[in-house]
Design a protein around this ligand. Sequence first.
Ligand code: CP
Ligand code: NVA
Length: 342
Amino acid sequence: MSIDLRGRDFVKEIDFTADELIALLDVAATIKASGRQRQRHLERRCIALIFEKTSTRTRCAFEVGAHHQGADVTYLDPTGSQFGHKESAADSARLLSRMFDGIQFRGRSQETVETLAEHSRVPVFNGLTDDWHPTQMLADFLTMREHATSADLRQVSFAYLGDARNNMGNSLLVTGAILGTDVRIVAPRALWPGEEVQALARAAAEKSGAQLLITEDLEAGVNGAEFVHTDVWVSMGEPTEVWDERVTALRDYRVTDRVMAMTGRQDAKFMHCLPAYHDRSTPTGRHAADAYGLADGIEVSTSVFAGPRSIVWDQGENRLHTIEGLMVATLGDLETGAILRS
Ligand code: CP
Ligand code: NVA
């Protein structure tokens, strides 16, 4: 099958078919395997990186990936440009797309990244909004494919524990549904993905044959899962006042050795998009340890995070290969099959 992703935006996963997402994983795997021998597909390209929210992995992956491929980047933060206060997203897209070959946006509103895409002449990438984290999905599914007992994602099962009505819960549910996996969202009902997101996932699962389970029942949710994911309990942009209620709601859903054992699988792996509160080495980690009696990590225990089942560093590294692959597939000169053969 011929897949050509040149010129495509990447603002949310549901805009892509399973074959297109798999093609993006294949491009990333090819680039990763080629190491320092990689071809430079993006000579003379320039990419604008707009960040309303902070980032380590996403920003670095776009910058290093662009550098590997011969492209340049310009980083725009909220204080250093007119974006979002003196100039609208639509006008910024009209202007930036006359200078740049691609635009990345990380911020609060999904509407902003979609407005950028609507008014841009060049591809727009969503580097995280409150609703979706699509570039993270490429890394997460590549990492699961690398570590799973079967390289066919339709054989893979995973559970996401924690705050599931946010970017990571939404994206894992919908992407897992598109790709035909066995997805479990395990969280208190108040923190489940919204009805609209669940409906998108159900429709995608009908096509792909994915199995979806959204449950409060920890044991049923993790039983048999090959991968256990979590994320921070309070996301960027949320007020610190929500910590108390979030810890109360999610304390039973921390990923601990007991939870990993509940999978019933010796080969179960732990994943986290990062950054993680897994010990006392950050101010928030120390605060939680003292205020909530969580001395060994908040959403994940120190023993799981640093233990043999954790594949978080492979997952973090894959942000680079997948974002580099996304840029090559959408901004380069070659259609996807030709990139894989190059
Ligand atoms: N996982 C992720 O998006 O990391 P950053 O916030 O560091 O970009
Ligand atoms: N849910 C987290 C993801 C960070 C990569 C946040 O939005 O802060």
